[in-house]
Write a protein that binds this ligand. Sequence first.
Ligand code: S3P
Length: 180
Amino acid sequence: MKRQDKRNPNIVLVGFMGTGKTSIGRRLSMQLRMRYVDTDDIIERDSGRRISDIFAEDGEPAFRELESEAVRKVSNLYSYVIATGGGVVLKEANMVALKRNGIVFCLNATAEEIYQRVRHQSHRPLLQTPDALTKIKTMLEERHPYYATADYMVETTGRSFGEIMGYIKRVFAQSIKVSK
Ligand code: S3P
């Protein structure tokens, strides 16, 4: 990871699993010609293991430690689009670090929409349960106060990629202008 132009902040995407952080993040990075990084990818690359294996073998607390380490690394970057794992918001220190050089957008979606998006995927250990919809509803409720600490909330249900990205790009452009 190279540090880029020191003057521009990062665009940081947080939000529940399946809200589109990776898809939106990759598209934004291409359109804005910013580099892209994902904390889950860093964890897998640095540990040489899959996230589901880390959860299964070492448990969630061990995963959260690796996640905080990945957050510390990406928080030192500039001019990146940073996608994060859905639980990154749970530790206040993670959010403080991500906000230091970045503007944090939280992608939201309804539980039903998230369920439709993730139901055929098997790489998320926390959703490998017979009643994933109920689990999603419970987790969304528990995590709501944490997601609310983002700088901006972005509703994705019923919105196209173009609409979502248009909003993020406008807010980002405005905040760069204001801070210069
Ligand atoms: C998690 C979300 C996942 C991954 C891990 C835990 C969570 O990332 O970090 O499975 O606690 O919400 P995505 O949000 O990219 O699926």
